[in-house]
Design a binder for this molecule. Structure first.
Ligand code: SF4
Length: 327
C-alpha cells in the first residue's frame, strides 16, 4: 500500500437487488456488504461467476444505483448525492472492463477514444493540447504514437486493453475498478497487462478494486483479498495470510480448487462442495453458505454471521476461530 491506512472508499450495508419483473420477486445481487478500500492499495474481489462481484464493483462507483446502504468516497456519501452533486466526483472513479473490444467504440479512432473523457470534462484548452495529452497516455500504456489514428479492430486484444486503461487513467482518478481485465486475454499477454497495471499504480498513485476469479492472478496483483459468495462478503484478509491460512470455509474451498503441479497431492486433499449454489432469488436463512458448508451447525441456519474482526482480518463465519482450515 502506498499510503498508511488512508480510507478512500467505504461501503456500509451496501445492498443491490434487481427486480425480475414478477411481482415481489427480486434477485439479491449484493447483500449488506461492509468494505473499506485504502488509498494506494489493490483490493481484490474474488468469487465464482455470479457471486455479485461485478455488481458490487459497479455499485461502489455508482455505475449502478444502490438499493440500500451507503458508499462513502473520501468521507462523502455518494449514494445520497444527486447527479449534479456527484458529477465532480464521477471523474475520480473509473473502470476498466473485461472485454476490451466491447468497451471501445469500433467507429472511433484511438485518439478520440482516449480524448473523450478529457473532452467531457474540458481538461485541455485546445484540440492540440488534448492530442498531446492523448500521446502521453498512449506512451504511459505502451501504445506507439504512430497508432494514434487507428481503429480498435486494428489492435490486438492486449493492445485494446491498454487503450482501455489509458482511457481510465486519463482523468487521473483516485480509484479504478478493474473488472476481470485480463480474463479475455491470452495467458502470455495477461502478465504484461498485470505488470502495466502495477507500474501505473506506482507512477500515478492509483488505487484498484480488482475483480477476478483466477486466484493465481489475484495472488500476483492484490494487497488484500475480499472473498464473496452469493452477494455477501465471506472474508477480507491481507493476501499472504489468506493464502497461508483461510479463515472461511468457502475461501478454503476456492484455494483448494487451484490446480496443483502434483496431481496426487490434489487428489489427496481436494474438497468437493456438496449441494447446489442457492438461488439469489431465495437466499437461505442464516449463513448463505450453509447449504454447501461441511461445518454447518444449527446456529448457521438460525443466525447470519456478521463480518467481524479476527486478528487483523475480517471474517463472516460463526466457527472461524475453531476451524483449522488449510491453504
Ligand atoms: Fe459454515 Fe456456519 Fe461458518 Fe457459514 S457460519 S461458513 S455455515 S460454519
Amino acid at each position: 500500500m502506498a499510503e498508511a491506512n488512508e480510507i478512500l472508499l467505504q461501503a456500509k450495508g451496501l445492498t443491490k437487488v434487481f427486480s425480475t419483473g414478477r411481482k415481489g420477486q427480486v434477485v439479491h445481487a449484493v447483500s449488506q456488504v461492509d468494505l473499506t478500500i485504502y488509498r494506494g492499495e489493490t483490493l481484490a474481489l474474488v468469487g465464482e461467476s455470479g457471486c455479485g462481484k461485478s455488481t458490487l464493483g459497479r455499485t461502489l462507483i455508482r455505475m449502478l444505483p444502490a438499493t440500500a446502504g451507503q458508499v462513502l468516497f473520501c468521507g462523502q456519501d455518494i449514494t445520497a448525492m444527486n447527479d449534479k452533486q456527484f458529477r465532480p466526483l464521477r471523474r475520480r472513479l473509473q473502470m476498466v472492463f473485461q472485454d476490451p473490444y466491447a468497451s471501445l467504440d469500433p467507429r472511433m479512432k484511438v485518439r478520440d477514444i482516449i480524448a473523450e473523457p478529457l473532452d467531457t470534462y474540458r481538461v485541455c484548452p485546445s484540440r492540440d493540447e488534448t492530442t498531446r495529452r492523448v500521446l502521453e497516455l498512449m506512451q504511459a500504456v505502451g501504445i506507439p504514437a504512430e497508432f494514434l489514428n487507428r481503429y480498435p479492430h486494428q489492435f490486438s486484444g492486449g493492445q485494446r486493453q491498454r487503450i482501455g486503461i489509458a482511457r481510465a487513467i486519463a482523468l487521473q482518478p483516485d480509484l479504478i475498478v478493474c473488472d476481470e481485465p485480463v480474463s479475455a486475454l491470452d495467458v502470455s499477454v495477461q502478465s504484461q497487462v498485470l505488470n502495466l497495471l502495477k507500474d501505473l499504480q506506482q507512477q500515478f498513485g492509483l488505487t484498484y478494486l480488482f475483480i477476478g476469479h483466477d486466484l493465481s492472478v489475484i495472488n500476483f496483483i492484490a494487497d488484500r483479498v475480499c472473498v464473496m459468495f452469493l452477494g455477501t462478503v465471506c472474508e477480507i484478509s491481507p493476501k499472504e495470510e489468506l493464502y497461508a491460512r483461510p479463515l472461511h470455509p468457502y475461501t478454503s474451498f476456492l484455494l483448494d480448487a487451484i490446480p496443483k503441479a502434483d496431481p496426487h497431492q490434489r487428489d489427496r486433499h481436494r474438497q468437493v462442495l456438496a449441494g447446489e449454489v442457492p438461488s439469489p432469488l431465495d437466499l437461505p436463512s442464516g449463513c448463505c453458505f450453509r447449504t454447501r458448508c461441511p461445518y454447518a451447525t444449527d446456529r448457521c441456519a438460525a443466525e447470519r454471521p456478521a463480518l467481524r474482526p479476527v486478528g487483523d482480518r475480517l471474517v463472516a463465519c460463526h466457527r472461524a476461530e475453531e476451524l483449522q482450515l488449510g491453504g
